[in-house]
Design a protein around this ligand. Structure first.
Ligand code: NI
Length: 252
């Protein structure tokens, strides 16, 4: 029923007990998950999990906070992983001006090079964007392609601009937070045909479990909040977001 399109079972926080978290997910009707990499080790783990479980898919990539020392050889490894059929996307990649751990020019260089790799394999990209919406938009407009705005935290108006470029809008835990006016506004104003759901676990645990470790089973709370905001049945939100996820990720 549910598809958690962005989880980090490959993170140190969850990896030691991934069987437990996968079972919890299945018990909550979370039938598909995409495990997303952010550096070489997490990408390798994502590929291994996807090979082990037929309902798990992988994305591989080097994120903006982990690309300070990224080399051509590292990008070649990412390129090679994309030959695997269960690797359905390249990501997470993008720009992060909040942490600003890596000079912006380097972030842009590694982002752009990975967009080109994704285009070569004709696979979508999963975008990490924090406090960098305008630059991210310009990069995506310039270099084209299609994908997912993961854990989208921009405005509803900005979301329409990304949708026009071929991107889906993925909502995470913040949409459930009481005072999170902006993501709630995005959920209300964005057509369900452009929305995805995700946990981004182990981070961003949704209400009512804020403060605890997040896991894929909690994606149900994201769907529940979207259903409430749109005045729809949760089953319809689940069905449509799963259909959207399979469409953008090319899953039959
Ligand atoms: Ni992530």
């Amino acid at each position: 029923m549910y598809f958690d399109t962005h989880c980090h079972l490959n993170s140190d926080e969850l990896y030691d007990n991934y069987e437990l978290y996968i079972n919890n997910a299945l018990n909550h009707e979370v039938e598909n998950m995409m495990v997303v990499g952010y550096d070489l080790q997490s990408s390798k783990r994502a590929v291994e999990l996807a090979k082990q479980y037929d309902f798990i898919y992988a994305a591989v990539g080097i994120g903006p906070n982990d690309c300070l020392e990224t080399t051509e050889q590292d990008l070649f490894i990412i390129d090679e992983y994309l030959n695997e059929p269960k690797v359905v996307a390249l990501g997470e990649i993008g720009l992060d001006y909040y942490w600003d751990d890596v000079p912006r020019e380097k972030q842009k260089e590694i982002f752009q090079k990975q967009i080109e790799i994704a285009k070569k394999h004709d696979k979508p990209i999963s975008i990490h964007c924090r406090d960098a919406y305008e630059d991210t938009y310009q990069m995506l407009k310039l270099h084209g392609h299609r994908g997912i705005m993961h854990c989208y935290s921009g405005s509803a108006e900005m979301a329409q601009r990304f949708i026009a470029l071929g991107y889906y809008i993925s909502l995470a835990g913040p949409v459930t937070f009481k005072n999170a006016r902006v993501p709630k506004d995005v959920a209300e104003k964005t057509g369900l045909e452009y929305l995805l759901i995700e946990t981004d676990c182990p981070y961003l645990t949704p209400h009512p479990f804020r403060g605890k470790l997040n896991e894929p089973a909690n994606v149900v709370y994201i769907a529940q909040e979207i259903a409430k905001l749109k005045n729809m049945e949760i089953e319809d939100v689940a069905r449509m977001t799963t259909f959207n996820a399979k469409t953008i990720l090319g899953i039959k």
